[in-house]
Design a protein around this ligand. Structure first.
Ligand code: NAD
Length: 498
């Protein structure tokens, strides 16, 4: 095993930054992180990148020192000062109590757009999809990654899926602007709005609304399951794909892997104020300290960073030298293939091979071109006047193991009081009263829906009174959800089977 590089010693060899260098916060990360970061920085600096690096400590060591966020308070000062973060992958320790640092950084700094280009490098890197050249634009702050989870009863846990109109508008606008600025022809949206009509439905609706402002671009929407199948089978048919957070997380790994290797893809996390650049893969702890890992994903993240900070000429030089290295068959173990590759190299030798090719361009692969592009128009999101909201009912969730739905209904009807009617009871979303089937499996987690009389609205005081009555008869309510209309449109879903 080769020793892990020492980031401090490496940084000390770099000397003073060049005049006019851009301050960049850098984290060497865990596992393969220090090796691939050192290799990437060596290449970027050899190409002439003007970077004033500010190292911060994040990840496993910080977690294990008792900081459950994995990032020290002073690291935020550096990030807020430089506004540019070049980050190697980190290890999130297993087990409860540790929050994902990646999610925390993305959300705290408002990095709403995660841009993940996935291209094939055929015939030099084995792939079943030689024509693949797509960009996944993943929403980065919302969805199930809000991380709001609760154990509500003995048997049931829940995770809240949060989708907001500002979140959808920002990411969808970003996708269309990105497509236009990068000469892409089509933007595809993946959602699951046949099931999640309000959350994914909003994402799809905003896609249609904003898409109408881009008549020059082709638009399409796929339900994510068939969309994912098409992506895996024929990725060449996609150009830019925009998706909510979870689908984007999963499918960008799939896309990178079928393009050649998860080790080849870089990613940019873009916000209104700050940006972070990284590889899409993790810290691959089993490969750490062996000089084996492919630094390409992080390097290509670094190339995106150079474009972001206005050093496009250096970005182009690095990208073309990297393409030439790939074309020359100098490959790390993950993409090495007998008969195709010429030389199997380690992380640092790969970096040296790229450095030796700075100034060269690929002859078969399409050279990178970072010439002036149209500026993306990304206006700051502004709140519009809100819809008229009226509360017309309430869902009361109840912990009641072993109860029969009809018995629960009898109690609820009795306590509903005047002006409220028990409309239905569901268990895990399926209607079990009125008219449930004995075959339906029920847990200890029930939802009782009360509706105000037609045309009437429900006050907070009336809700508190209802809960007071339920408490008096010993009902273990665990949460409530108000049922509201917005300009008369219901803001809640029906029960399955209702
Ligand atoms: P991983 O992406 O780290 O590695 C999975 C496998 O992919 C590795 O075993 C290796 O075979 C291959 N691989 C990944 N990167 C490679 C590279 N550069 N070169 C060659 N092969 C490469 O995924 P994992 O093993 O599920 O996660 C390990 C740790 O990374 C976990 O602690 C996880 O939380 C963390 N993680 C961090 C980030 C991040 O910092 N952005 C992202 C994902 C996972």
């Amino acid at each position: 095993m080769t020793a892990q590089p020492n980031p401090a010693a490496f940084l000390a060899t770099l000397g003073k930054p060049a005049a006019g260098a851009t301050p960049v916060t850098v984290a060497f990360g865990d596992g393969i992180g220090p090796e691939i970061m050192q290799a990437s920085l060596k290449i970027l600096l050899a190409a002439g990148a003007k970077l004033a690096l500010e190292p911060i400590d994040i990840g496993e060591r910080v977690y294990l020192s008792g900081n459950s966020a994995g990032i020290a308070p002073e690291a935020w000062d550096s990030l807020r000062r430089t506004k540019v973060f070049f980050k190697a992958p980190i290890t999130t320790p297993q087990g409860g109590g540790f929050k994902s640092l990646n999610v925390t950084v993305r959300k705290t700094l408002g990095l709403y757009a995660n841009v993940r280009p996935c291209a094939a490098y055929a015939p030099f890197v084995a792939t079943k999809h030689p024509s693949m050249n797509l960009v996944i634009i993943r929403e980065n702050e919302e969805d199930l990654y809000a991380g709001i989870e609760h154990r509500q009863t003995d048997e049931v846990v829940q995770c809240l899926k949060i989708i907001s109109r500002p979140g959808c508008e920002k990411i969808v606008r970003y996708a269309f602007e990105y497509a236009r600025a990068h000469g892409r022809k089509k933007v595809t949206c993946f959602t699951k709005d046949n099931i999640m009509k309000l959350t994914d439905g909003l994402f799809h609706k905003v896609f249609d609304e904003i898409g109408a402002e881009y008549p020059d671009l082709e638009k399409e929407h796929w339900i994510v399951d068939i969309g994912a199948a098409k992506l895996a089978d024929n990725p060449g048919q996609f150009d830019v794909i925009v998706m909510p957070n979870l689908y984007g997380d999963i499918l960008s790994d799939v896309a990178a892997e079928i393009a050649g290797s998860v080790g080849l893809a870089g990613s940019a996390n873009i916000g209104e104020h700050c940006a972070m650049f990284e590889a899409i893969h993790g810290s691959a702890p089993r490969r750490a300290g062996q000089n084996l890992a492919n630094p390409s994903g992080l390097l290509l993240g670094g190339v995106q960073m150079l474009v972001h900070i206005g050093q496009s000429d250096v970005a182009e030089k690095v990208h073309n030298a990297w393409l030439k290295t790939i074309e020359d068959g100098i490959h790390t173990y993950d993409i090495y293939e007998e008969g195709v590759s010429k030389q199997k190299v380690g992380t640092q030798e790969f970096a040296d091979a790229v450095i030796a090719r700075l100034g060269q361009r690929p002859t078969t692969l399409r050279p990178a071109d970072y010439a002036e592009r149209p500026t993306m128009k990304l206006p700051t999101w502004k709140r519009k006047p809100g819809a008229k909201k009226e509360t017309v009912g309430i869902d009361v969730f109840i912990d009641a193991p072993g109860i029969v739905a009809d018995d629960l209904a009898a109690t609820m009807k009795k306590e509903a009081g005047s002006g409220l009617t028990l409309a239905m009871i569901t268990n895990r979303g399926v209607k079990v009263w009125p008219g449930g089937l004995p075959e339906t499996f029920c847990t200890d987690h029930w939802r009782c829906r009360f509706m105000a009389e037609k045309g009437a609205t429900l006050s907070h005081a009336a809700i508190a009174d209802l809960l007071g009555r339920l408490a008096k008869v010993g009902v273990d309510f665990i949460k409530t959800e108000q049922l509201c209309t917005f300009n008369g449109e219901p803001g809640y879903s029906l029960g399955q089977g209702q």
